[in-house]
Design a protein around this ligand. Structure first.
Ligand SMILES: *Cc1c(COP(=O)(O)O)cnc(C)c1O
Length: 238
């Protein structure tokens, strides 16, 4: 006999928290220095509610269409947007998320700022940094592996810091396929530390997914984004 979905998710959350804990200990970092963000893309609202009930207080989506359906239905958590974002979807994302991890260009800063001001909100923005230089090949996947080149981070950071309605929160990245995640995340850590020297409040490093969270925590991640480790295998959306 198999257990219920709630039991399965409960066991997954427990195992994921133990992995994060063990990685913190191994890295000599304090317990609780890493926040778990559950990435619920493609999974139903019942799973979203179940994760929230299990104490996962931060949840994320990578498509505006899914975020705008799920976030209003589960308002007692902090919603994160982690996907590629078209400027014409900025307003919807500002209404439904408190943090955007994927700010990668000037035109998006402008759109998010305008929407945040209109909505009377303050949006925390992370700059998505491209770690393509650590990958061996460009492979198209459903996951956004774009981002701003490390050399262009200071200029984009200055724009976010100066924009009304936005708060510069730090950096986010996805390790490229074929990369050594330790090397890639070490590169991100260097970018983050340079950013922090100019913007002390921009102290988040959003890095690490189900397959590479240990490497990310070794390299200073403050937020890990876990989908499959919590929810299981995804069925691709059509
Ligand atoms: C899907 C996704 C994740 C979660 O990936 P898993 O491998 O399922 O843990 C994290 N970050 C982004 C940007 C994603 O799109």
């Amino acid at each position: 006999m198999t257990g219920t979905r709630e039991e399965e998710l409960s066991a997954n959350v427990k195992a994921a928290r133990e992995r994060i804990q063990a990685a913190c200990v191994a890295a000599g970092r304090p317990e609780g220095s890493v926040t778990l963000i559950g990435i619920t893309k493609t999974f139903p609202i019942s799973d979203v509610r179940a994760l929230a009930a299990l104490g996962v207080r931060d949840l994320g989506e990578n498509r505006e269409q899914e975020l705008k359906v799920k976030a209003p239905d589960c308002q007692d958590v902090t919603w994160h947007f982690v996907g590629q974002l078209q400027s014409n979807k900025a307003r919807s994302v500002v209404r439904n998320a408190s943090v955007v991890h994927s700010v990668d260009r000037s035109s998006l800063v402008t759109a998010l700022s305008r929407a945040a001001v209109d909505e009377g909100r303050v949006l925390r923005c992370l700059l998505q940094v491209s770690l393509a230089e650590y990958g061996r090949e460009e492979v198209a996947t459903g996951m956004s592996r774009g981002g701003v080149a490390p050399a262009d981070v200071p200029a984009l950071a200055a724009e976010v810091a100066a924009a009304d309605g936005l708060e510069l929160g730090g950096v986010m990245a996805v390790a490229p396929l074929g990369s050594d995640p330790d090397e890639a995340f070490a590169g991100l850590e260097a970018v983050a530390s340079r950013l922090r020297s100019e913007h002390p409040g921009a102290d988040w490093i959003s890095a690490g997914m189900s397959g590479d969270l240990e490497a990310a925590i070794r390299r200073g991640a403050t937020h890990v984004r876990l989908g499959r480790a919590l929810l299981g295998t995804r069925t691709p959306l059509g």
